[in-house]
Ligand binder design. Structure first.
Ligand SMILES: [Zn+2]
Length: 148
């Protein structure tokens, strides 16, 4: 089943929806002058179809959607190049409270698979979520900005 349109499809992403996502894709990179955080590679801006599907993934009990996102990532080999310089993959943790509600860490599902595809070590026990803050997706733009 395609994770986007729900039609029958191998690998959780049909050709039509892959093309639709491709039209939204950016494949961008930001560089930073920071000792611990050198760059940020991203496939999308957080809007449109991908935003809708990420919200669906996080809040509507659809853990299988990680396969749709991974399928998209794998399809475009130019994504791989960026990861030649990465030492580890670290998923963003979620609080215990949220884990109990959701039953999965959406970031970890993707990170585990990426780690296997790219052959980069997964480190999952360094970051700990200590504050159970309000989900970013429920904040309006002004409040998100203040938190940065
Ligand atoms: Zn589809």
């Amino acid at each position: 089943m395609c994770g986007i349109c729900g039609k029958l499809s191998d690998n959780y992403l049909c050709t039509k929806c892959r093309n639709e996502l491709f039209n939204e894709a950016i494949f961008g990179q930001e560089n930073y002058e920071d000792k611990y955080f050198e760059n940020h590679y991203y496939l999308f801006k957080y809007n449109g179809l991908i935003r809708e599907k990420i919200l669906d993934y996080k809040f509507n009990e659809k853990p299988y959607l990680f396969r749709t996102f991974i399928n998209f990532f794998e399809f475009y080999e130019k994504n791989y190049f960026h990861f030649n310089f990465y030492d580890i993959i670290m998923p963003v943790p979620i609080s215990k409270k949220r884990w109990n509600l959701r039953g999965y860490n959406q970031s970890k599902l993707i990170a585990v698979k990426l780690s296997k595809i790219l052959n980069i070590k997964l480190v999952n026990n360094v970051l700990i979520k200590s504050i159970n803050n309000q989900p970013q997706s429920t904040l309006n733009f002004e409040r998100k900005r203040k938190k940065c």
